[in-house]
Design a protein around this ligand. Structure first.
Ligand code: SAH
Length: 443
């Protein structure tokens, strides 16, 4: 149900919102310490060979497997998968992400969520849904903004919904967001864990997006889509062929890539006829998830913000492994290293269909600048007198927006309810009113 909210009110409230966000001047110094603490002690070692052994017996029995199956087993095998067993984030882990680098990142995304909720008509219920929340840092920073903006959010019925496949990471999220005050849910419930956030909101954990209740929602996916399994295809003289994972005949304990002799089901259905690249990666699971988001946004209202490194249908071989912040051979020690592939935003856009509007991708630098990262930094610096905290703030700001660091590599892509921009159709592109997106690319 939408509360009554006129257009001029909308503009005034947006301004209030932007002013309000500048009032929040607290520097989360303790978070810096938490966020950079070493987590190597809890990293699991026993999964090293179990997935490799399992894959080798499987390939021996039934032949080469797709890269997607390899990636799915390595990352989310329910017993020994990388995400299921490890805490991989932060300085002591394998990679570090923007929400872990700076509180400003989550705060600006929090302001984005509230401004989208306002612009969409201030729905009386508001679900914040995050896919793959890692350690919970992004949600934690967003919930702090929600508390600061209580006057704007009023009596809105807000709830938090996390889609997380990893039991280990869901524990971290529970600790970070609730102080570990959560209950395990019964098998007949769709959520597997529930509780109350430190800020007093109901919070739930699910394994799949379809288990999240229907209703007006803002969906966030930060470095989530790049972790979903991809199929890889190679153009050959005989046409497109799928790249598979096989046992290395020279060394039967190792794996190698091979190109399938004949078409596979995936190579027959996933490749676009007009694609001109020599090598293509397709993530059908990402396509299905974005389709589900789009259907919900079309039917229930709301929006989605997908943030990841990626391209617009131009890149070829982007499949990589990371371990201890170093590049790692993707076929070595499955389950022990992060595996990732750049997100193809053109594919996601195509999969959303015609019932929603897509914006972007725009670069992280441009999105965060449009959201006012410079003023936010100045406010925090003005209120922070500890020299090392000040240096850290400046350093992390630079990490986020420097074109040579994360500024251009990371992209922001949004899916909106079609009604959201209906009244602005025909307006000049760079004046359309979606926070963060200076340029609009309306479908
Ligand atoms: N968003 C966080 C973490 C990124 S790592 C950040 O930016 O810091 C990827 C996250 O997605 C982890 O929480 C991982 O457990 C989760 N994940 C990976 N595959 C998943 C899947 N298929 N379903 C649900 N969560 C998944």
């Amino acid at each position: 149900m939408l509360c009554d909210f006129g257009a001029s009110n909308k503009v005034n409230s947006m301004r209030t919102l932007l002013r309000l966000k500048l009032l929040m001047s607290e520097v989360r110094w303790t978070m810096w310490q938490n966020r950079s603490s070493s987590n190597s002690s809890i990293r699991s070692l026993e999964s090293n060979t179990s997935i490799l052994k399992h894959l080798i017996s499987k390939i021996t029995a039934t032949g080469p497997i797709s890269v997607a199956e390899y990636m799915r087993e390595a990352l989310t095998n329910p017993v020994a998968g990388y995400y299921v067993k490890n805490d991989m984030l932060g300085a002591g882990g394998d990679f570090i992400t923007s929400p872990e680098i700076s509180q400003i990142f989550g705060e600006l995304l929090g302001v984005w969520c509230v401004s989208e909720w306002m612009a969409a008509g201030k729905s009386c219920t508001f679900q914040l849904v995050e896919l793959g929340p890692g350690r919970g840092s992004l949600a934690s920073d967003i919930l702090r903004v929600f508390s600061q903006l209580k006057a704007v959010l009023g009596e809105t019925d807000i709830s938090v919904h996390l889609v997380e496949v990893s039991p280990k990471l869901s524990q971290f999220q529970a600790e970070c967001l609730t102080g570990d005050k959560t209950q395990t849910c019964n098998d007949d419930q769709l959520a597997y864990r529930s509780g109350t956030t430190r800020t007093g909101l109901p919070i739930y954990w699910y394994r799949r997006i379809e288990d999240v209740p229907r209703g007006f929602s803002v969906f966030l996916a930060h470095e989530f889509f790049d972790a979903l399994p991809i199929h890889k295809f190679q153009r050959t003289e005989k046409g497109w062929r799928e790249v598979m994972v096989d046992i290395d005949p020279e060394s039967p304990e190792k794996l190698r890539f091979v190109v399938s002799h004949s078409p596979t089901l995936a190579s027959s259905i996933l490749i676009q006829n007009d694609d001109r690249r020599q090598h293509v990666e397709v993530c059908p699971e990402g396509g299905v998830i974005v389709q589900k988001l789009a259907n919900r946004i079309a039917e229930d209202g709301g929006s989605a913000l997908v943030v990841d490194y990626g391209h617009d249908g131009t890149k070829t071989d982007t499949f990589r492994g990371f371990k201890g912040h170093q590049l790692h051979n993707v076929l070595e020690a499955p389950g022990m290293a992060d595996l990732t592939a750049d997100v193809d935003f053109s594919y996601l856009r195509k999969m959303t269909g015609n019932e929603v509007t897509c914006l972007g991708p725009v670069t992280q630098r441009s999105f965060l600048k449009n959201m006012g990262i410079d003023s936010r930094l100045q406010v925090l610096l003005r209120n922070c007198h500890d020299p090392s905290a000040r240096a850290q703030l400046i350093h992390s700001y630079d990490m986020l927006i420097n074109p040579e660091k994360m500024g251009l590599r990371f992209q922001f892509f949004s899916v909106l309810n079609r009604g959201r921009l209906a009244q602005y159709r025909g307006m000049q592109k760079n004046t359309a009113p979606v926070a963060g997106f200076a340029e609009l690319d309306m479908q």
